[in-house]
Ligand binder design. Structure first.
Ligand SMILES: Cc1cc2nc3c(=O)[nH]c(=O)nc-3n(C[C@H](O)[C@H](O)[C@H](O)COP(=O)(O)OP(=O)(O)OC[C@H]3O[C@@H](n4cnc5c(N)ncnc54)[C@H](O)[C@@H]3O)c2cc1C
Length: 638
């Protein structure tokens, strides 16, 4: 394939993705667009001190260093109290009361202005904003489990806090605003005078953010924005939005106040949407829409995508926290139903099949809780957390989907489809998180690329460049001329490969670990030592065509994620020390282990699952108290 190769200086500045794609024969257009995404990612890295960047992250180190850094998988227990607790309790009380009074929603069945105002009075919208700007200054590790409690009461109220505080205007202004912007904007965001949204997606740009078309042009003291956004949650007239535009051809973020009414510059696009039904979600059309020039956020490095990626990380943890809540709602409603429903003279709760479902649900909740606690702690420590937040997002959304369909729907039988049943009424709510904040398999590929980047740069990029300079199109290891020409690059790789084979297995041990968890720890450590070889072998096999082997990337990505979920969940249970937490972590780890090895479930596994179900049925599962239970539909007398 003919291609224009850029001058040497430009080639040296290009990112790893650009180098690999160009050497792999991709078109200049694709190289440019993928390179833009890769560069945005690298620019986010530079916002973090070296010890908090991706290569120093717990996931990267666990996979590539040959020894899992056990201390980075054991968050300390949360502090007994924090000044933001009072606001959290007040906010929960507001939602509980308004729900009981049937006053949460307005006539459109969206969260009402009065609900939002009462939450504002409680300080809810300022939870993640520093106290000096009128907020509550909650650490993320305190905000996230609170979000689980709120989402168990009302998922939309929780989702709005996440949209506002994580991906909306709060995180962009807190992280990238200058002193004047923070002083001007954060107080109105904290008080709830302005609730915010984030407008990134466009009709032609969702997964592919390099296809953004909305453009801003500086005219005097303001920008004029022209273009269209789609699927924007919380975007109603009068709100404050983080608006991603192209400015001089590069993505940028403007903090824009939507006018109180539609006009020639700004119109809403209406459609029916099955998910997030209790919030407004609109398309936005802008025609020379004016935004004051002082509302442009200017990150120290990078551009608008840098800002978007930063907020999305927090949104992904929040999504997993909400999934933990939805799954608690399933469990709280499965328990009374399975006790009530008798078939062949016995409650279905006594059957092995139903108990296995209860156990699996408890295990999935344990995994989601564990990932939220771990990821939030890391983010509060200052870690970038990209790999860790992707794992939480994929696990949370997939667990919620499986729990809704395989566990909740099936166990409720035909009643699942009655109007008024939680499943039938909310099925789209349970599925949509697989798509928003990044579709799961697309994210799995992003995870893979981040995970292998350093290894690729160290060993495969030099080989690719050497192939190009020697004009070798297809490398054959059996060809002595190829081997001689690439001797330096190949011997460096061979050194790494030998090191892997002869590395002393130095697995850390943990005092007082339950024997079941200790077995899972040993297995997960072994997996973390195998995965580098699996990743590297795929890179060697597919060489420059690896970018096209998407299914292999996703499969390998998932294996690495599963090993990490095992580590995080077993340490979470070790910290909790309760019998039910340990049993739930054990069942999840057994499930993940079988997924990784392809083994069949043993009889002992089914017994363990049944024992966990018994513990849950006896009332031992954390966080179920106060979770709303529906009346049993179509009751009958037996
Ligand atoms: C309920 C809801 C709320 C939302 N809220 C917001 C919001 O507040 N703000 C906002 O900006 N956006 C929001 N979104 C948009 C959301 O983030 C996007 O839907 C999501 O990013 C996916 O983009 P898309 O729908 O355009 O998918 P598309 O880009 O059309 O992709 C569809 C699918 O094609 C496949 N695919 C795409 N590209 C590739 C590739 N290169 N290789 C292999 N497969 C590929 C993937 O499976 C992908 O999921 C919301 C969406 C929903 C459903």
């Amino acid at each position: 394939m003919s291609q224009t190769v850029p001058p040497k200086q430009e080639q040296e500045a290009q990112s790893f993705a650009e180098t690999a794609l160009r050497l792999g024969g991709k078109s200049e257009e694709e190289v440019r667009r993928m390179g833009a995404v890769d560069r945005a990612d690298e620019q986010v890295e530079t916002l973090f001190a070296a010890q908090y960047q991706t290569t120093s992250s717990p996931v990267h180190r666990a996979i590539w260093e040959g020894k899992v850094p056990l201390d980075l998988f054991q968050p300390p227990p949360p502090a007994a109290s924090h000044p933001s607790d009072a606001c959290m309790e007040k906010s929960l009380a507001v939602v509980r009361r308004r729900r009981d009074e049937g006053a949460l929603l307005n006539q459109d069945k969206k969260l009402s202005v009065e609900t939002l105002q009462e939450l504002a009075d409680a300080g809810y919208w300022g939870l993640l904003i520093e106290t000096k700007y009128g907020g509550q200054g909650a650490p993320f590790a305190r905000f996230a489990p609170f979000l689980t409690r709120m989402a168990a009461l009302d998922s939309m109220t929780a989702a709005m806090a996440s949209v506002h505080g994580c991906i909306g205007a709060v995180d962009p202004v807190r992280t990238f605003g200058n002193a004047e912007q923070k002083a001007r904007l954060l107080p109105v965001l904290a008080s709830g005078e302005k609730i915010s949204a984030f407008a990134l997606t466009e009709p032609g740009a969702g997964s592919d953010l390099t296809a953004l078309r909305t453009t801003a042009t500086l005219v005097g003291d303001h920008y004029e924005v022209t273009g269209e956004k789609l699927f924007i949650t919380n975007a109603v007239p009068g709100r404050l939005i983080g608006l991603v535009v192209l400015l001089e051809g590069k993505p940028a973020v403007l903090i824009a106040e939507l006018p109180p009414h539609e006009n020639d510059e700004f119109q809403l696009v209406h459609y029916g949407l099955y998910a997030l039904r209790q919030a407004y979600n609109h398309g936005l059309k802008f025609n020379k829409f004016r935004v004051p020039k002082e509302n442009l956020l200017k990150p120290k490095t990078g551009d608008g995508l840098t800002i978007a990626y930063h907020g999305l990380n927090l949104g992904r943890l929040a999504l997993c926290a909400s999934a933990a809540a939805s799954m608690r709602v399933f469990l709280a409603n499965m328990l009374p139903w399975t006790a009530y429903r008798k078939t062949y003279g016995k409650p279905i709760q006594t059957r092995e099949l139903v108990k296995r479902r209860i156990a699996r649900l408890a295990a999935l909740i344990a995994g989601a809780d564990a990932l939220v606690a771990w990821g939030s702690w890391l983010v509060d420590q200052g870690y970038r957390g990209e790999l860790e937040c992707i794992i939480a997002k994929i696990f949370g959304s997939e667990a919620q989907k499986e729990a809704a369909i395989e566990l909740f729907m099936k166990t409720h039988g035909g009643r699942s489809f009655l109007h008024g049943h939680l499943f039938g009424d909310n099925v789209h709510e349970y599925l949509a998180p697989c798509i928003y904040e990044g579709e799961g398999e697309m994210l799995a590929m992003a995870f893979f690329k981040s995970l292998v980047k350093e290894h690729g740069k160290a060993y495969f990029e030099p080989i690719g460049k050497a192939l190009q300079s020697h004009q070798i199109k297809t490398f054959s290891p059996a060809n002595p001329i190829h081997a001689w020409k690439l001797r330096r690059e190949l011997s460096s790789y061979a050194g790494w490969r030998m090191g892997q084979s002869f590395r002393r297995r130095d697995n850390g041990r943990v005092q007082g670990l339950d024997a079941r968890l200790a077995r899972h720890l040993a297995f997960a450590q072994e997996m973390c030592q195998k995965i580098p070889l699996e990743l590297s072998s795929a890179m060697r096999t597919h060489q420059l065509k690896l970018a096209d082997r998407q299914d292999r990337m996703i499969e390998l990505s998932q294996r690495a994620q599963d090993a990490i979920v095992m580590l995080v969940t077993l340490f979470w249970a070790h910290g909790k020390k309760t019998a039910v937490a340990i049993a739930a972590a054990d069942v999840l780890c057994q499930d993940l282990r079988r997924k990784l090895t392809g083994e069949r479930p043993s009889d002992a596994y089914f017994k363990d699952a049944n024992r966990l179900a018994d513990l849950v049925i006896e009332g031992g599962f954390e966080g179920l108290a106060g979770v709303p239970e529906q009346e049993i539909l179509m009751p009958y007398t037996s």
